[in-house]
Write a protein that binds this ligand. Structure first.
Ligand code: GCU
Length: 672
C-alpha cells in the first residue's frame, strides 16, 4: 500500500556522509502541510539512508534541510531571489551536498518540494540541483465515483475507503494514506463521491463525516469536494421543486452550502452531472445548463468554492436509422450557445473525447468551442473500457496525445494543454480531473502495474510537458527499485501496452468494441449498434464506420476549427487510427499502409494478442528480482490478460468475418 512512496534503502550508498544531518522547519504548526513535509523528510531519509535527522535551529544552517514557505524563509533569513518566480502551489528546490532548501510559495508547495526531493533521493538522483517548479494549472483534482453504500461505480479494487452503509466511514486511516499519495504527485483536490450523486450525503451526520474526511486530507494539502444531485432540494430537502431560478431553491442551496463550509471551511467545491444518463438537471424546467451551474456557483462563491460542471450531456435515446444523428455532436450542441454565460467560478469539465473514454478518440471539439468559459479535461485512471485493471494499459501516451493535440483555433497554436491551463483563451481557472476510483484493496487500484497511471496522471496535471516514458521510469524505480533489467522490462511492457490493447480490441477509431450495455468488459461488438446509446459502428455486410463529415454525414468534423476540420473531412487526410471514427468505408477500402480495412482488423488483432502473450514471458523473466508477493500478483494478471487477449482476437475477427465473409489473406480467420 506504500505504492511509490516506499523509501527503500538505496543499493550503493556512497553519499551518506554528505547528507544533511538536521532539519529546520519554518512556520510549522501540527497538522499543517509544512509539518507533514518535515515528518515526511524524516521518514524518507530514515528509510532511504537509515539516517535520523536532528532538529536544527535557524541560527545554524550548516548541514541542514530548511523547509517552509517563502514568507517564513524571508522572515528568518531575509530576501530570497527565486521567491519572485513562485506561483501558487509552486516551490523552489536547491540541494548542494548537505545544504538543502525547500521553499514553497505556500505550505502545499513546501510539501510538494519535499516529496520531489525525496523522490530524487529514492531514485539515487543525488547530484546538486536548483530550480523552481510551478504548476501548469491550478485545478489538479481526482474524482472518486464512490457510492454511499460503499460500492464504487467503475471501481475495480474493492469497496470504498470513504463510505459504508450509507454514511461516511469512521475510520479515515486509508483516506489519509491516499491523500499522502496524492500530495506526492501534486494533486490538490478530491471529489469523494460518485457523479451519480446521492442527496443523503447532505444529512447532518454525513456533513459531519465530510468534515472528518477533510480533516484527514488537510495535512496533505488535498482539499475535499463533493458531487451534488441536482434534485436534492426536492428529493431530500422537501421543497416542491428544484427549479434553479426559484428563489426558495436558491436559498436552500445557499443554506446547505453554508452548513458544509461551516464544517469544511476549505472545501474545494462541487462537481455536478446534470441532465445526463437519467440524472436530473435544469432542462426539466426549461432552464439552461448555465442557469443550473450558476445556481451552485452563487452558493459556493462567498466561500471561494469552485463548481465543476460536466459537459458529458447527451441524449441516450437517439435513433440509428437517422444517418445524421450523432452522440459525438452533443457536447458542442448543448454548450456552444452558453459560452460566456457561466459565472466566473464555474469550470466546464470535458471528457477528453466526444464519446466516453474509448481506446482511441479524437479530442473533444468542445475544448475549442468554449472561449469565454473556463474548462478542465476529464481523464480516466480507472480502466473502465480498458480492461478494468486486469489488462496492463499504460495510459500516459494516450493522455499525452490528447494534451499535445493542436486544435489550431483561429489558425493559432491551441494545444489542449494550453486551453485547459487557461492560457490560450485567457481564462482564470482550469486544469484536470482524473477519475481514479481507488478501493480498500492494498494495491489501491487492484493491480500493482496500473499505479503507473495514477502517478503519471498527477504529474502530467502539474506539467504536461513531461514524457510518458520518463514518468514511467521514475515510477518503476520508486516502486520496484534500481535493477536495470526490471526497469527495462517494465518500461517495454508498459510502453507497448496501449497499442497492444488497441490492436486486439477496436482499431481504426471504431471504439473499444467492448460490451457497452452492461459490463464494459470483454468483446461484444454487437452491442454497439441498434440501441440509443449512440456508440455506433454502422457495420453491415459491406462497410463500416460513422460518417461524420459535413458533406455527407453527421457534420461532426465541422465542429472542429477549420484547419482540423479540413483534415477530418477528407478520407485522404484523416489518420488511419481515426478513419472509422470519421468515415464510413467498405471493408475493402485501402488504408495508407496499403492494407484493406478488414485485413488490418485481422492482422492487428493477431499482433496485439501476440504482444499480450509476450508480456507474460517478459514478466516471468523478472522472477527473483521482485518480491514474491508482487511478482505473483502481477503474473496472475498477465496470464489472465494473455488468455483474454486471445478471446478478444478471435471474437472480433470472427464477428467481422461473419458479417463481411471476406477471407483473411493469412488464412487464420473464417470457417475451416
Ligand atoms: C460512463 C460510465 C458511467 C458514468 C458515466 C459518467 O458512461 O459508464 O458509469 O456514470 O460515464 O461519466 O457520468
Amino acid at each position: 500500500s506504500a505504492a511509490w512512496l516506499r523509501y527503500a534503502p538505496l543499493p550503493h550508498d556512497s553519499s551518506h556522509s554528505s547528507l544533511p544531518s538536521s532539519i529546520i522547519t519554518l512556520n510549522s504548526t501540527r497538522g499543517s502541510p509544512v509539518y507533514t513535509a518535515q515528518q515526511e523528510l524524516r521518514r524518507g531519509i530514515q528509510g532511504i539512508f537509515g539516517k535520523t535527522l536532528n532538529n536544527g535551529t535557524s541560527s545554524n544552517q550548516h548541514g541542514a534541510i530548511i523547509v517552509g514557505t517563502a514568507q517564513a524563509y524571508q522572515k528568518s533569513y531575509g530576501e530570497f531571489d527565486d521567491a519572485k518566480e513562485l506561483e501558487e502551489d509552486g516551490y523552489f528546490l536547491s540541494s548542494e551536498s548537505n545544504q538543502v532548501l525547500i521553499i514553497g510559495q505556500n505550505e502545499r508547495g513546501a510539501l510538494y518540494g519535499s516529496f520531489d526531493y525525496l523522490s530524487r533521493l529514492a531514485q539515487g538522483k543525488l547530484g546538486a540541483v536548483s530550480y523552481v517548479s510551478n504548476p501548469h494549472a491550478s485545478i489538479r483534482w481526482t474524482n472518486e465515483w464512490d457510492n454511499m453504500d460503499g460500492s464504487i461505480e467503475r471501481g475495480y479494487a474493492g469497496p470504498s475507503i470513504f463510505f459504508e452503509n450509507g454514511f461516511v466511514t469512521d475510520n479515515v486511516t486509508r483516506v489519509a494514506e491516499y491523500a499522502r499519495l496524492l500530495a506526492s504527485i501534486r494533486i490538490n483536490g478530491m471529489i469523494v463521491n460518485n457523479v451519480n450523486a446521492n442527496a443523503t450525503l447532505l444529512s447532518p451526520r454525513n456533513i459531519n463525516g465530510l468534515g472528518r474526511l477533510a480533516d484527514a486530507m488537510r495535512p496533505y494539502g488535498v482539499q475535499l469536494g463533493i458531487s451534488l444531485n441536482f434534485a436534492s432540494p426536492q428529493t431530500f430537502g422537501g421543497l416542491s421543486t428544484f427549479d434553479p431560478l426559484d428563489p426558495a431553491v436558491d436559498a436552500w442551496w445557499a443554506n446547505i452550502t453554508n452548513q458544509i463550509y461551516a464544517r469544511v471551511p476549505d472545501m474545494a467545491g462541487y462537481l455536478v452531472k446534470a441532465n445526463s444518463e437519467g440524472q436530473p438537471g435544469p432542462l426539466t424546467y426549461n432552464r439552461t445548463l448555465a442557469e443550473g451551474a450558476n445556481m451552485f456557483a452563487r452558493a459556493a462563491k462567498p466561500h471561494g468554492g469552485i463548481v465543476m460542471f460536466r459537459a458529458f450531456v447527451y441524449d441516450n435515446h437517439i435513433n440509428e436509422s437517422n444517418w445524421k444523428a450523432d452522440r459525438a455532436n452533443a457536447a458542442v450542441e448543448f454548450f456552444q450557445d452558453l459560452d460566456g454565460k457561466f459565472d466566473d467560478n464555474v469550470v466546464v469539465q470535458i471528457k477528453y473525447g466526444p464519446i466516453d473514454f474509448q481506446v482511441r478518440e479524437p479530442v473533444s471539439p468542445l475544448f475549442s468551442t468554449l472561449r469565454n468559459t473556463s474548462t478542465a479535461i476529464e481523464l480516466q485512471v480507472t480502466q473502465e473500457y480498458l480492461g478494468q485493471q486486469t489488462h496492463l494499459v499504460y495510459l500516459a501516451p494516450l493522455w499525452k496525445e490528447i494534451l499535445e493535440f493542436d486544435m489550431k483555433a483561429d489558425n493559432r497554436s491551441s494545444k489542449v494543454k494550453d486551453i485547459i491551463s487557461g492560457e490560450r483563451f485567457r481564462r482564470p481557472l482550469g486544469g484536470s480531473a482524473g477519475v481514479v476510483n481507488v478501493g480498500t484493496n492494498t494495491t489501491w487500484l487492484g493491480s500493482h502495474l496500473s499505479m503507473s497511471n495514477l502517478y503519471a496522471y498527477g504529474l502530467l496535471a502539474w506539467d504536461p510537458a513531461l514524457g510518458a516514458e520518463e514518468l514511467l521510469q521514475d515510477w518503476i524505480r520508486l516502486t520496484f527499485g534500481h535493477d536495470k533489467k526490471v526497469i527495462e522490462t517494465v518500461t517495454e511492457m508498459s510502453m507497448k501496452s496501449w497499442p497492444a490493447y488497441e490492436n486486439y480490441t477496436g482499431n481504426l477509431g471504431i471504439q473499444t468494441l467492448t460490451d457497452i450495455l452492461y459490463t464494459h468488459f470483454g468483446p461484444n461488438p454487437a452491442t454497439m449498434d441498434n440501441n440509443g446509446w449512440g456508440q455506433w459502428t454502422r457495420a453491415d455486410k459491406f462497410s463500416i464506420g460513422m460518417d461524420r463529415t459535413v458533406k455527407n454525414g453527421t457534420g461532426n468534423a465541422g465542429q472542429y476549427p477549420s484547419e482540423v476540420a479540413k483534415v477530418y473531412e477528407s478520407i485522404e487526410t484523416t489518420p488511419d487510427n481515426l478513419l472509422l471514427w470519421f468515415h464510413h468505408v467498405n471493408y475493402t477500402h485501402r488504408l495508407k499502409s496499403g492494407k484493406t480495412v478488414i485485413q488490418h482488423f485481422y492482422d492487428s488483432h493477431y499482433e496485439g494478442a501476440a504482444t499480450a502473450q509476450d508480456l507474460v514471458e517478459q514478466w516471468n523473466s523478472l522472477e527473483g528480482r521482485i518480491d514474491v508477493e508482487r511478482f505473483e500478483h502481477v503474473l496472475f494478471r498477465q496470464k489472465y490478460q494473455a488468455g483474454h487477449a486471445l478471446v478478444w482476437r478471435d471474437s472480433i475477427n470472427q464477428f467481422y468475418y461473419n458479417l463481411s465473409e471476406i477471407k483473411d489473406e493469412a488464412g487464420r480467420v473464417g470457417n475451416h
